[in-house]
Unconditional design. Structure first.
Lengths: 303, 257
């Protein structure tokens, strides 16, 4: 019996494990390892209104227990997503979360409008990409702007709206409250933490963009803390992510208050990570007499 | 199909200072692998895998060979793996070299640690292959016996003249072209070398494939970090070394200083 199906803001997921945007493309590559139907859903590569070439390379630097990236939202644009990727994805028996990123408030709304009437199950509004000059984290680090962009998208979309938050803020709970007040149906967090590495021989930053987003197990404790704080600050569901690599991490994130989880950088180390995590969560429920994983959400007993 | 697993190392040799040759028993991978493809290798204690080109494939024995240079802490960790240890790899990845029909002639050019993938491709041509390889000095020279065993002509160059010809592979390549033009050229090595070889091939109207290197994360085409600048039909765009390459038509690569 499946003990790990979850209802996350009205959408039924067969399990709460979802590859995070930007780490899984549109699933085509990882389908060579396992059927995508094993996943609760897929948060697809961040989609912009028009095709984007992204930042120059190098775009990646390894860090202790993690990595920095500065991809810069390279993607083929929303029309290509709708016409080329989506028809393939809908045949895979998994939920589809469209991650959208606009340079302006109007662009975010236009992106959401274009996805009305498509098979997309949920919108994840990216107001937290650290690697783009317009939009991105510029939206996600100011309560008023975050609220305004959320409202603009909510006004036009017919899909459940989840807003992806940046950890690079003084108070993530203030941002979360602001997007909730402006109609967000859920929040997802955390996006990457802004970081930097320098080559001591050349005195050049390793990333051509100088700075980039930190992900991987290194950020996990920060993510757990922020998910816990946000889950206690808002009534809407929270999708937790940031450094999850094992099923134990996923359980911990749900205890902190996440109704579902996304797995990102861990996939690069082990392509099977999301599948192993879902299997481990099912076993955990069976061994601990938990009828459904949702029972544990937010049940951490703080001191 | 990509395969990920832990496979036994059946032999390990040091080819030069800091350069190691490991042979891995992985019949399913060996069966599908082609010259020019690569493996993503996990180094214990490090988050990201290391992309390493496949040097040679023995489909009968079910093995592949990886020859790598210790460049940092991760590859240093890999160098500690010995015979009978298990190594965690994802392979075969990327596009291999295009192989022309029997009887065609190839020049395979390797610069330093760009030389290993030339073993697999030279083997496809045997006596019809000429391998030009260049190294810093005599102590860095690797794989010459492998090329000879294949039946290929070998031209060795060193930067300081301590072995073979004193000079760069590009000079040796130009001299070779004066004798006979090949049907195809393969090259792997530093970007400046690839740029110069591409130019020479264009001037001489020879089809050339280059194998590129870039920092990677996923290795399969999902994360988009291993970017390289390319051009096709007059349009410039970003390609990815892991999935669109590592082998590219030389004319499609935009080399910058």
């Amino acid at each position: 019996m499946n003990r790990i199906n979850v209802n996350f803001c009205g959408v039924e997921f067969k399990n709460p494990v979802i590859p995070a945007s930007g780490t899984f493309g549109y699933g085509r590559e990882y389908e060579q390892f396992y059927p995508l139907s094993k996943l609760g859903g897929i948060s697809v590569k961040g989609t912009t209104l028009h095709r984007r070439e992204g930042n120059p390379g190098p775009r990646v630097a390894e860090t202790p227990s993690g990595m920095l990236n500065s991809v810069g939202l390279q993607n083929g644009g929303v029309d290509k997503f709708i016409n080329y990727e989506l028809p393939n994805l809908v045949t895979k028996d998994t939920r589809i979360i469209a991650n959208i990123a606009g340079s302006t408030v109007e662009e975010c709304a236009e992106l959401a409008e274009k996805l009305n009437g498509t098979a997309v199950d949920m919108i994840e509004l990216n107001i937290s990409c650290p690697n783009v000059k317009q939009g991105g984290a510029a939206f996600g680090t100011d309560c008023n702007v975050a609220g305004a962009v959320t409202r603009a998208v909510k006004d036009v979309t017919e899909k459940p709206l989840m807003v992806k938050l940046s950890p690079n803020v003084t108070s993530i709970t203030d941002i979360a409250r602001s997007v909730e007040a402006n109609g967000a149906d859920a929040v997802s967090l955390i996006n990457t933490l802004l970081g930097m590495r320098i080559d001591i021989k050349t005195r050049r930053p390793i990333l051509k963009n100088n700075v980039g987003g930190l992900s991987g197990p290194a950020v996990f404790p920060v993510a757990v803390r922020m998910v816990w704080q946000v889950a206690n600050a808002v009534k809407i569901p929270v999708m937790g992510m940031g450094g999850i690599a094992t099923w134990e991490d996923a359980i911990e994130m749900m205890l902190a208050g996440a109704g579902a989880v996304q797995v990102g950088a861990a996939i690069f180390a082990d392509p099977y990570a999301p599948v192993k995590i879902a299997e481990g969560m099912q076993r955990f429920c069976e061994e601990n007499g938990i009828a459904n994983i949702s029972e544990i959400v937010g049940t951490v007993k703080p001191w | 199909m990509y395969k990920q697993g832990k496979y036994p190392i059946v032999s390990k040799k040091a080819l030069a200072k800091g350069v190691f040759d490991i042979e891995i028993y992985c019949p399913h991978i060996a069966k599908e692998a082609r010259a020019g493809q690569f493996a993503q290798v996990a180094a214990e204690g490090f988050f990201l895998r290391r992309p390493i080109s496949i040097c040679d494939i023995d489909k009968n024995k079910g093995t592949i060979r990886l020859v790598f240079e210790v460049r940092g802490h991760g590859t240093d960790k890999l160098s500690e793996l010995n015979k009978d240890c298990l190594i965690d790899i994802i392979a075969p990845l990327g596009n291999g070299f295009k192989v022309l029909e029997k009887g065609k002639k190839a020049i395979c050019i390797g610069g330093g640690i760009g030389t290993p993938p030339m073993v697999g491709i030279a083997k496809e041509y045997g006596e019809n292959a000429t391998v030009i390889s260049g190294f810093r000095n005599a102590s860095a020279v690797i794989l010459q016996e492998d090329f000879k065993a294949i039946g290929a002509d070998t031209i060795l160059c060193t930067d300081d003249g301590s072995a073979g010809i004193h000079g760069f592979v590009t000079d040796a390549f130009k001299a070779e072209l004066n004798k006979e033009k090949p049907d195809i050229v393969y090259a792997c090595g530093p970007m400046v070398m690839l740029k110069n070889i591409t130019k020479i091939c264009e001037e001489n109207g020879i089809y050339c494939q280059v194998s590129l290197e870039q920092r990677m994360a996923c290795g399969v085409g999902a994360c988009l970090v291993c970017v390289c600048r390319t051009v096709k039909d007059g349009q410039e765009f970003n390609s990815h070394v892991c999935k669109d390459g590592p082998v590219f038509d030389s004319k499609e690569v935009l080399f910058h200083e």
